[in-house]
Write a protein that binds this ligand. Structure first.
Ligand SMILES: Cc1cc2nc3c(=O)[nH]c(=O)nc-3n(C[C@H](O)[C@H](O)[C@H](O)COP(=O)(O)OP(=O)(O)OC[C@H]3O[C@@H](n4cnc5c(N)ncnc54)[C@H](O)[C@@H]3O)c2cc1C
Length: 390
């Protein structure tokens, strides 16, 4: 039987490998980095800061898929206290009360594809509420102005990520590398041959699943059309000595930034007596990363009392086009680069045509890519299913 080749060992590549191997095909996965996980890797050392993903949503398909296979890593729920918002330059305990009737009115409504989120909210309320709700989307869009995105993109994600009572976000204990380890073990148990430190420069023979970031796929496939809007943001990860009264989350309703103390959910992410804080500020058009970082430092000064004197560790990253797909008005996930490229080549990742929130897109496109590749290798007969619990 033909082997399915997978390029990239992040969440998408590992999902595709497991799905293809469960379907009975021989699978080989090549990962350029020395370690698996891609953006889902956590830092080595005492501060387990994730490179990309932070939370996994337990109402989503990725969670259900993991649970079905007994692959869910230990996780923690969302701490209920310590939430603050920055609004009109002030740190507050509640969002503007005037916005609540609008949120209640919009809940359960289908937002239109062809209107911007800001315009749609303004139709139902006022400019201030539209600006506030737009900026709240910064946490999962990593975009300086989520209000300009399609209302159908922003609203359901805002409801899932921020307005669900009780919250559906779960924190992987020990960081996302724990989940990557579980997925890799499952893939190996199914017979997937995994090679790390193996950068692929030329497309191998089909069937092949390219599970890299879109820019890498563009180069590998030599297809300049593989483009889609994404966020651009400065991320700062900080180790801080513990201070009673530090908030858990600060949602920045002025500038679409976000500050989160991850040790509030999982104290194992930092050494005893210390906190791990991860924060991000989207970069505005024409602004430098340093400019956005300066705005982020100001937000952190407001959010965390005496934090400069308490700092024990820091890491700064600029995430340009690396935080998932964004749909502009008039477009949906179906308009993104298609999974099936023809001739036995498939794309998977968080910038291609798949539904869901953040890494769920990588998962959804990876399962579709694997099904497509399986259909090719099983042309002569129906696929065998070998789903077994580990
Ligand atoms: C700041 C930030 C915060 C985020 N927060 C969340 C969150 O809270 N929840 C959530 O669900 N998602 C979140 N995400 C999104 C999530 O990180 C991604 O959707 C997910 O990790 C994408 O996985 P992937 O496998 O598609 O891509 P990647 O993880 O990028 O994997 C691609 C892999 O391909 C490899 N590769 C590239 N080129 C080659 C080559 N030529 N040969 C071999 N290998 C190659 C790379 O080394 C890499 O390992 C966040 C992202 C960012 C940036």
């Amino acid at each position: 039987m033909q082997e399915i080749a997978i390029i990239g060992g992040g969440l998408a590549g590992l999902t595709a490998a497991i799905t293809a191997a469960e379907g009975g095909a021989p699978v080989r996965l090549a990962e350029a980095h020395a370690e698996l996980g891609g953006r889902a890797r956590s830092a080595d050392g005492p501060y387990k800061a994730n490179l990309g993903p932070h939370v996994i949503y337990k109402d989503g398909p990725l969670w259900a898929w993991l649970r079905e296979r007994d692959l869910l890593p230990p996780s923690a729920g969302t701490p209920l206290g310590g939430i603050r918002v920055r609004w009109d330059g002030e740190l507050r305990r509640t969002p503007p009360l005037a916005s609540i009737p609008t949120v209640l009115r919009l809940r359960g409504r289908d937002a239109p594809i062809d209107r911007s989120f800001r315009d749609w909210v303004r139709d139902h309320s006022d400019e201030r509420t539209a600006a506030m709700l737009s900026a709240a989307g910064g946490v999962y869009t990593f975009h300086h102005d989520p209000g300009e995105l399609s209302a159908a993109f922003v609203w359901p994600r805002t409801v899932r990520a921020l307005l669900n009572p009780p919250p559906v976000a779960r924190y992987v204990i020990g960081g996302w590398s724990a989940l990557v380890g579980t997925l890799a073990a499952r893939a190996r148990a199914l017979g997937v041959r995994i090679e790390t430190g193996a950068r692929i420069e030329e497309l191998p023979a089909a069937p092949v699943i390219v599970a890299t970031e879109l820019a890498d796929a563009r180069r590998l496939l030599g297809d300049d059309a593989l483009r889609w809007p994404s966020g651009s943001t400065v991320c700062l990860d900080l180790g801080l000595r513990h201070h009673r009264g530090d908030p858990f989350v600060v949602s920045d309703l002025d500038e679409a930034g976000w500050v989160e103390r991850f040790t509030a959910a999982d104290p194992s992410l930092a050494p005893d007596g210390e906190e791990l804080v991860q924060a991000q500020m989207p970069i505005r058009p024409g602004e430098t990363a340093d400019g956005a970082a300066t705005r982020l430092e100001r937000l952190l000064d407001q959010a965390l009392e005496g934090r400069r004197e308490r700092e024990t560790w820091r890491r700064r990253q600029v995430m340009q086009g690396r935080s998932g797909a964004l749909d502009m008005p008039g477009t949906t996930w179906r308009d993104r680069p298609a999974v099936d490229r023809g001739d036995g080549v498939f794309l998977a990742g968080d910038m291609v045509a798949g539904p869901g929130l953040l890494s769920e897109v990588a998962w959804a496109s990876a399962t579709e890519a694997a099904r497509g590749a399986l259909a090719l290798v099983h042309r002569s007969g129906p696929p065998q299913r070998t789903v077994a619990r580990t």
